[in-house]
Design a protein. Structure first.
Length: 196
């Protein structure tokens, strides 16, 4: 049980310490693009994709037209739209490809990544740094150095720290959007699924 408790604490510590890297100006630009876009497309692979789906659902609850890339009802992306891509490494082929296609079609590209200088970060109109250990780092042989430096994200498997930090920050963005749009929780509840 000690490993489990240590892992939980490492995840919480990552979320709390990651806040200091957030740039208010970038967050404002991110939200402005969301609010000014006709449609918001969300893309991510694996667990990052699940985080993206949760965000798309909340956008829909806010009354923002949102689609998840890969779903059968997702339309073509156009110049008045935006795509939000989530990738810890910023190098996941399918995610980078979706961002490139979106850019070529004139859409804005938003991203969450642990590597803002990655291919995805460079393609993005707004790229927000989210601290977290990615799958690429799980093969890191520098375990002792990370422990001495106080980086305990090795207690979290693969991209867990990145994914959970992204999820928390996206829910924070939803709360901020609610305030800016004058939406209440009851407004969101009125748009919540009833066929379940």
């Amino acid at each position: 049980m000690e490993q489990m408790k240590s892992s939980i604490n490492a995840i919480i510590d990552n979320i709390q310490s990651a806040e200091k890297y957030l740039n208010d100006e970038d967050i404002k630009k991110f939200m402005d693009v969301i609010l000014s876009s006709e449609n918001v497309f969300v893309v991510g692979a694996g667990r990052s994709g699940l985080v993206g789906k949760a965000f798309a659902m909340r956008l829909m609850h806010l009354g923002i037209s949102a689609y998840v890339v890969g779903e059968t009802i997702t339309p073509a992306i156009n110049k008045d739209d935006a795509i939000f891509a989530i990738s810890g490494s910023g190098e996941t082929n399918t995610i980078v490809s979706a961002a490139k296609t979106s850019k070529e079609r004139g859409a804005k590209v938003l991203s969450f990544t642990s590597y803002v200088e990655s291919s995805l970060g460079k393609l993005s109109d707004v790229s927000i740094y989210i601290q977290g250990r990615t799958k690429a780092e799980s093969n890191d042989k520098n375990y002792l150095k990370r422990q001495i430096d106080g980086n305990y994200t090795s207690l979290t498997p693969l991209g867990t720290a990145f994914e959970l930090t992204s999820l928390v920050f996206l829910d924070g963005i939803i709360a901020q959007l609610m305030e800016e749009m004058g939406e209440t929780e009851s407004d969101l509840k009125n748009r919540h699924a009833v066929l379940e």
